[in-house]
Design a binder for this molecule. Sequence first.
Ligand code: ZN
Length: 151
Amino acid sequence: MDVSSKEMKPIGVEGAPAPLISKTLSDAGLRPTRQRLALAALLFNGSDRHVTAERLFDEATAARLSVSLATVYNTLHQFTAAGLLREIAVDGAKVYFDTNVSEHHHFLNEETGELLDIDDGLMQLGKLPPSPKGLRVARVDIVIRLRPDQP
Ligand SMILES: [Zn+2]
């Protein structure tokens, strides 16, 4: 797989030294436990990332962290609730956690399952339908599905 160079822009706490990650967790109301700090260091590594719980679990295992998949799931959901990650559900069961929590949309490569950010300003939303009574739009997530040019 080729690695896109535009994944290298730093954002948020990514690439931050441990004390800063620790402070970010505290500020978000999460006790900076050893496991949370270790998973945060893997997640916020200096580039925008879209990871599944399984992928992060594999990375944690490769880094010799002793965490269960359940702990990885819980931590990802806690980080999301604290506003450090954004959850993107694709294909029903497949959930990605995005380290870029700003408003943006995505390309999904259907062949590789890779999620790519669509650069700011390149996506224009058309007219939204009126929300049902008593409800308002919280967020609009657009996923544009891609497949290879050649069949
Ligand atoms: Zn994204």
